[in-house]
Design a protein around this ligand. Structure first.
Ligand SMILES: NC(=O)c1ccc[n+]([C@@H]2O[C@H](COP(=O)([O-])OP(=O)(O)OC[C@H]3O[C@@H](n4cnc5c(N)ncnc54)[C@H](O)[C@@H]3O)[C@@H](O)[C@H]2O)c1
Length: 254
């Protein structure tokens, strides 16, 4: 198993890509920390994982709230005494309640702030806490979930592009600042639209061919494990990485 002995925290992990990564890490022997916005969802995910209590921790935490993030990392330290892997996954292109697909000229400031806060400030707040723990233990891997829109602008995605370009930049800075502490920081872009439950529910997506959520699993395990011990400051496209490693890239229809 590639992650035995490791402790991994994945934010926004009760569904979608975060949930896929948590399952992959647990299957590779890691002790896992689940966190998301609502306690009932966290409890449901813990029940679905059905791991022994010493192998899992589930907490309600909003990654945009400094206080919640502080409590989350204190709880990780108390239970496991360390953190080897942080995946900053919590994020979205638009708030769940909408509105969506707006030009910058029409974007309300509140929508802008919410998208920036979750994708970018959440990544900053969780990384800052993780770096403090990882520097003390002189080991760690941080993986920031990015997007194709973190590298190429797309119309009607103003706040999301700004946030994910920010995530890519923050990844490079944190990598430079922490390699002497033996901490690696990389970005992981799934490589296209991943057919998560939320995305499949969007009426316009019905029948569309998309990447299966499984597409990020192998690459997320690689970046967390000692196989990538010398890799930092890079941005991976998981669908391309899978193809290069001859792992079949699964597709599904929404
Ligand atoms: N699905 C895709 O096509 C796709 C493509 C590229 C990148 N991404 C990125 O992958 C990540 C996950 O996307 P997904 O499609 O699985 O989303 P999703 O909506 O299915 O899951 C996101 C999870 O994050 C949680 N979350 C949202 N705000 C939070 C907060 N403030 N604190 C804690 N948890 C919070 C949600 O409750 C949810 O459980 C995001 O960063 C997204 O930008 C997704």
């Amino acid at each position: 198993m590639k992650l035995s002995g490791k402790v991994a925290c994945v934010t926004g992990s009760v569904r979608g890509i975060g949930w896929e990564i948590v399952q992959a890490y647990a299957e590779e022997g890691a002790r896992v920390v689940i966190c998301d916005l609502h306690k009932a969802d966290v409890d449901g995910a813990l029940a679905r994982l059905s791991l022994p209590v010493e192998k899992v921790l589930g907490l309600r935490a909003d990654v945009t709230a400094e206080k919640d993030v502080g409590s989350l990392f204190r709880a990780i330290k108390k239970k496991f005494g360390k953190l080897d892997i942080l995946v900053n996954n919590a994020g979205f292109a638009w708030p769940r309640e909408g509105p969506i697909d707006l030009e910058v000229a029409d974007t309300p400031f509140q929508v802008w702030l919410k998208v920036l806060d979750t994708n970018l400030s959440g990544t900053f707040l969780c990384s800052r806490e993780a770096l403090r723990m990882m520097r003390a233990q002189r080991f760690g891997s941080i993986i920031n979930i990015s997007s194709p829109q973190g590298k190429l602008g797309r119309a009607l995605r103003g706040p999301y592009c700004a946030a994910k370009f920010g995530v890519e930049g923050l990844t490079q800075v944190m990598s430079l600042e922490n390699s002497s502490h033996n901490i690696r920081v990389n970005a992981l872009d799934p490589g296209g639209i991943v057919a998560t439950e939320a995305i499949r529910k969007i009426p316009g997506n019905k029948g569309k061919k998309m990447l299966s959520p499984e597409v990020v699993r192998a690459c997320a395990v690689y970046l967390a494990s000692d196989e990538s011990i010398e890799v930092t400051g890079r941005s991976f496209v998981s669908s391309e990485w899978n193809e290069r490693h001859r792992i079949e890239v699964p597709y599904m229809t929404a």
